[in-house]
Write a protein of this length. Structure first.
Lengths: 474, 715
């Protein structure tokens, strides 16, 4: 299962040179969707829906079905601590969980929704990638460097294929949970921000936050994207270039206007539009939630049972994160203190990263997503699927990333060891919780190394561009 | 970050420096590690510790046995009746079915007379079906809708005593397998032991756990009978579904024909009766043939599927009570061919003299063991390793482990030489008291067995090697793999960027070289080969559909199929990327490095699933992977030629069938080896859903193919 990870990475690398890369892309994209459709016919054998790596208490559709059933009995869907998701998902997906097609497996409709969500997500990634690539070429040109570097990959195609063929995405898609939908809204907000469509960005952001809370940190990259435009080399370079141009030959040649465009200061208008639309969408969503909970519960209960459940880490059943073990061990007396510490960890990193990477908002979004996937209270492999796809958007910038092989082996190793350790602990009874937690820690470490290495190689890339652009002036 | 101090290379972090140091000396380090790993493996019998009973609640042997002569003589009469049924009814109507019915009737009568509950469990023999990932699945209920014939039915007899002091939530299981078609004296005696203990336990007041006595009908195999009963015990069937088979094949003679009185008949139910969760299970067998030792002896079989063992405490109680309580001689299976091997003797002598030397230096160092002990320890260890590595349970107790019940088989060998009559009572007394002691001890348990080890190897009945010790040998053996992979990888990536320099001295076009992603091409090859391995796992599915053929033809079909599929896969997926600009010289290094990384992950994974397989696999795989060099390497020194020769030998030995035949020949002599033997061995592995089969197809064989690819690499 782990191996397609390689396939997806080198298929596009072949297609980069030829003119038929578009065809190649569509071929592989459609193949991945067909593969998913085949897999959703056999989920009984795979039994993925009950794996802790794939469905968490927040995303499990089996819990959603339970909540729907409670709601149908006009009880609060949140009673009994089974369901912790949004009431809107309950209204949309709930009927699908009970609807049966004759002669088909009974989760077919929900799985189809996941497949559709995945394919839309891939298209959004494709779009983001094309825009990023365009901006990348434009920036290099305006810096007086050559056309795109030779051997550059079409990062949009690559990232979309990485998303589609990533085994993590596939098992998440087949595994009967809501992660594909959450990922879809995260990507929608990024796409909206990349294309400058503030209402779309606001919608995606509000819904993603509503569904899983952690995407709330994306507000910084989205605002940066809307205000400054797409990822670019550090702004200082453009200013230097501009002053050089102005000094040496009174702006006769080159592309002064594009340089000008890149060094535009903070533009407030799209941000204000974004704020307005976010407020609007948030109100709308809350009203909808209120309506759907009118019979059986209250909005306050919803906040308590969704966000409260996320923030207080109530469910300590094992998952691939590190918090469950920690809070199972910690004394009750210190629990609140450590809750604050753990959640503040994410918040502490937001600002420094934003300052250091503010010229690359999309990359910043990747870093935020990766960090929240490490420190989340109920992480699943669906989160990794999302940030790995975002990482692939920067394939060209990260071409010289260190430890790629090591990280790859680590991801493969952890993803095969983790189910075995879980089995040893839960089913065979010969192992214990430490066995499983060891793989969770290793997984967290690999993610940390991935973030550190990718950020440092991104900064190295910026340095290299600076060196090249300063050397060309001489 | 200032621009002028760029040429100063940053000092890497200490952990990376350690890594770099190890990588630069990888040859030496890997040689040392591999040797140390093999030595550590050979040292295991020396490092073994004496067993001890870890759970305090068990207190074995603290109460004096209550099994009296009356119970024993009752049981003896019971045995005589069983044996007379066999001889009498064969002469009357010679139908094997009626013997079974008679035996069942007799048992049911006796059990009911004791005041316990009886029920029959009807099951049909189920063919072992291959399930590649059974390891990950919880035990499946098995579907009943398959086609079946009525003749394949067998019936277990189950007796249950409800504990007077218990809450009915826990139970201890006694299993006595017998063949209802032809009952042997040994089987009758084991039923007798079961009966004597059972009759005692209906009267005692201290019982806190229910007792289940399963007289399993082993006409379709001992394991199948127990497994079928366990499956039904653990999967409650609602509605009429569970009864379906018995209704279809209602044999007229079966249930209505009993010549029992009405009182008994009402107490026998045909639906399965349950007691609580099982705390432990004992399988009692009596071996007919006796050894040439004076005392009766007891053999313990503990290996369940995929090398799982029962908790060491259970083995300890049995061992303790048998040795100290009943004066039995306890044996664990040994590899006979190891017992008289000269090199083990030599090693044993070496270790003994080393131990003596150490003791003369410091009297507190006492780790030496005698030559005989060492050789015996090695033989037991080898058999323990082999049985665990096979992943096939060594007896009916294996079925219990799938439900996390600790179980083992006790095979009591009986002396035939003495006069029989009195001897039978004595034998029943001995066996009965042993079983009583074990049950009394397990009865004290407050929790599941959890104190002692689950992961261990036995070097004799009272010595064991725990996971913490044997893992060292394995870790030393596989430690070179990541190191060599890393050093090859870094060498290859250092070789490549020859044209990296011009970037600094600004040439025309900077090129994105994806320097750190060069391994992707090799990874693709490795992926294709492993994917092929995964396809090969599924071949048995198709074999079950084609008619039976001989082992040799099956083997040849398999080989042709695998070669064709490998070639097809390679042509379809692998060929397109070959015309790559990257230098061929480094390509094999990448390939080898990725292969080694894959082998490392596979071995580590297997060591968690089934340690013994991983250990044996590592002995074969590690040297082969480490030595891999292309045949057409340009630089020919003495070292590389030597390496190539070694490598060719190792690759030849690493091919699974060759390894099998060589090992088999070395242990049993080369005279009686047929080609089909390997196939039957593999077939047995997949019929038992052994993880070893998955390992061979998914790790060993692909790595072997990749080593061959490296060997043939055009460089």
């Amino acid at each position: 299962m782990e191996k397609p990870a390689e396939k997806k990475k080198k298929k596009p690398s072949k297609s980069d040179s030829g003119s038929g890369s578009g065809f190649e892309f569509w071929k592989w994209a459609i193949a991945s969707i067909i593969f998913r459709l085949i897999l959703i016919y056999f989920p009984k054998n795979l039994n993925l829906a009950s794996r802790p790596e794939i469905s968490t208490p927040l995303t499990s559709l089996r819990r959603l079905a339970e909540g729907y059933w409670l709601k149908e009995l006009s009880m609060s869907p949140y009673s009994g601590s089974m369901y912790h998701g949004s009431p809107l998902l309950l209204s949309i997906l709930g009927p699908l969980t009970v609807k049966r097609l004759e002669g088909q497996p009974n989760h077919l409709l929900c799985s189809l929704v996941s497949v559709i969500a995945d394919s839309i997500s891939a298209m959004l990634i494709h779009g983001i990638g094309q825009r990023l690539q365009g901006a990348y070429c434009r920036n290099l040109r305006s810096l007086g460097l050559w056309e795109p570097f030779e051997g550059a990959l079409p990062s949009g195609d690559l990232a979309a294929l990485v998303y589609l063929w990533n085994p993590f995405t596939i098992v998440t898609c087949v595994g009967y949970n809501t992660s594909p939908i959450e990922n879809l809204f995260v990507l929608l907000s990024l796409y909206g921000a990349c294309t400058g469509l503030a209402p779309v960005a606001a919608f995606g952001w509000v819904v993603a936050t509503h569904l899983s809370l952690y995407p709330a940190v994306l507000i910084i990259p989205i605002i940066l994207l809307l205000a400054y435009g797409l990822d670019a080399p550090p702004r200082k370079l453009f200013l230097q270039k501009l002053s050089q141009k102005a000094g040496s030959d009174s702006s006769s040649d080159g592309h002064p206007e594009s340089v000008e465009a890149q060094s535009t200061p903070f533009s407030l208008r799209p941000v204000l539009i974004f704020t307005f639309w976010s407020l609007l969408w948030a109100t709308y969503i809350l009203v909808l939630c209120g309506i759907s909970l009118k019979m059986s519960g209250s909005l306050w209960e919803m906040f308590e049972r969704t966000y409260g459940f996320i923030l207080t880490v109530k469910d300590l059943s094992p998952n691939i994160g590190v918090l469950w073990y920690f809070f199972a061990e910690v004394f009750e007396f210190f629990r609140n203190f450590f809750l604050i510490v753990c959640h503040a960890n994410i918040l502490f990193m937001i600002l420094p990263l934003a300052i250091r990477l503010y010229h690359r908002p999309c990359f910043l979004a990747f870093v935020y997503m990766a960090i929240s996937s490490i420190l989340k209270s109920y992480p699943s492999v669906g989160d990794s699927a999302l940030y790995l796809a975002l990482l692939a958007l920067f394939a060209n910038e990260l071409a010289e990333m260190q430890f790629s092989f090591f990280l790859f082996c680590g991801y493969v190793g952890v993803s095969v060891l983790s189910p075995v350790m879980h089995n040893l602990w839960i089913w065979r009874g010969t192992g214990n919780a430490n066995f499983y937690f060891a793989t969770a820690m290793a997984y967290a470490c690999f993610q940390v190394v991935l973030v550190v290495e990718s950020v440092s190689s991104m900064l190295n890339h910026d340095r290299r561009i600076r060196k090249l652009s300063t050397s060309t002036k001489a | 970050m200032a621009e002028n101090d760029e040429p100063v290379k940053p000092q890497p972090r200490p952990i990376i420096r350690i890594g770099l140091f190890l990588m630069s000396h990888s040859l030496l380090v890997s040689l040392v590690c591999c040797t140390a790993g093999i030595i550590a493996l050979l040292l295991l019998p020396v490092l073994a510790k004496n067993t001890y009973i870890s759970e305090n609640a068990l207190i074995p042997g603290s109460a004096s046995p209550m099994l009296s002569n009356i119970d024993v003589s009752e049981a003896s009469r019971f045995v005589d009746k069983l044996l007379s049924i066999d001889s009498s009814s064969v002469s009357i109507d010679s139908s094997s079915v009626s013997i079974g019915i008679e035996i069942r009737r007799l048992m049911a009568e006796h059990i009911s007379a004791l005041g316990a509950e009886v029920n029959y469990h009807k099951f049909r023999s189920q063919l072992n079906r291959f399930h590649p990932l059974q390891f990950f699945a919880s035990p499946d209920p098995g579907n009943i809708q398959e086609n079946f014939s009525c003749s394949s039915y067998a019936i277990n007899t189950v007796g249950i005593i409800r504990a007077p002091r218990g809450d009915g939530k826990e139970a201890i299981v006694l299993v006595t397998p017998y063949n209802s078609v032809k009952i042997t004296t040994g089987e009758a005696l084991s039923l007798g032991i079961g009966y004597s203990v059972f009759s005692l336990l209906t009267r005692v007041t201290w019982l806190a756990k229910d007792i289940i006595w399963l007289a399993s009908d082993s006409q379709h195999g001992e394991y199948a009978a127990v497994a079928a009963w366990l499956r039904e015990y653990h999967t409650p069937s609602f509605g009429g579904l569970g009864k379906l088979p018995s209704e279809i094949c209602h044999e007229p003679s079966n249930l209505s024909d009993w010549k029992t009185d009405a009182v008994v008949e009402t107490r026998i139910s045909d639906t399965i009766r349950r007691a609580g969760t099982m705390a432990a299970a004992l399988v009692i067998k009596v071996a007919d043939s006796s050894s040439d030792f004076e005392k009766d002896s007891l053999s313990i079989y503990a290996e369940a599927s995929n090398g799982q063992m029962p908790n060491l405490d259970l083995v300890n109680i049995v061992n303790y009570l048998a040795v100290h309580g009943q004066g039995l001689r306890v044996k664990v299976e040994k590899m006979q061919s190891f017992l008289n091997s000269w090199w083990l003797r030599g090693l044993g002598g070496l270790f003994e003299s080393l131990g003596k030397l150490a003791r003369s230096l410091n009297p507190q160092w006492s780790f030496g063991i005698s030559i005989a002990d060492y050789v015996e320890g090695c033989a037991t260890l080898a058999s323990s390793l082999y049985n665990q590595a096979l992943g096939v349970p060594t007896g009916p107790h294996g079925a219990f482990r799938d439900y996390q019940v600790d179980a083992l088989t006790m095979e009591i060998s009986r002396q035939l030489s003495q006069t029989y009559g009195n001897r039978q009572n004595e034998f029943l007394m001995q066996g009965g008291r042993l079983v009583e002691g074990i049950i009394r001890s397990v009865n004290n348990l407050l929790e599941k067995f959890h104190q002692s080890f689950f992961l261990y190897l036995l070097t004799s009945s009272n010595r064991f090697v725990s996971v913490g010790v044997y893992m060292i040998a394995f870790a030393l053996l596989v430690a070179p793999l990541p190191m060599v992979a890393a050093s090859l990888f870094s060498d290859a990536s250092k070789l490549n960027p020859v044209e990296d320099q011009p970037m600094a001295g600004h040439v025309e076009k900077p090129v994105i070289k994806f320097g750190s992603w060069k391994w992707l091409h090799a990874a693709k090859t490795v992926f294709i080969v492993h994917f092929w391995g995964a396809l090969m796992i599924l071949v048995p599915y198709f074999y079950s559909h084609i008619p039976k053929s001989s082992a040799v033809t099956s083997l040849s079909i398999w080989i042709t199929l695998s070669v064709i599929s490998l070639l097809l896969l390679h042509l379809n997926l692998g060929s397109s990327g070959i015309s790559n600009s990257q230098p061929q010289r480094t390509e094999w290094a990448y390939l080898k490095s990725v292969t080694i990384a894959a082998a490392f992950i596979g071995l580590c994974l297997m060591s968690v699933i089934n340690f013994a397989t991983a250990e044996i696999g590592a002995l074969l795989l590690v040297p082969m992977c480490l030595m891999a060099v292309p045949l057409r390497l340009k630089v020919r020194t003495l070292r590389t030629s030597l390496q190539i020769v070694c490598y060719l030998v190792l690759t030849f030995l690493g091919f699974p069938p060759v390894a099998f035949y060589v090992l088999k020949g070395a242990l049993n002599g080369f005279d009686n080896i047929s080609i089909g033997e390997f196939w039957t061995w593999m077939e047995a592995l997949w019929e038992w859903s052994s993880a070893t089969y998955v390992y061979i197809c998914l790790v060993h064989l692909p790595c072997w193919v990749l080593c061959i690819l490296t060997l043939l690499h055009p460089c």
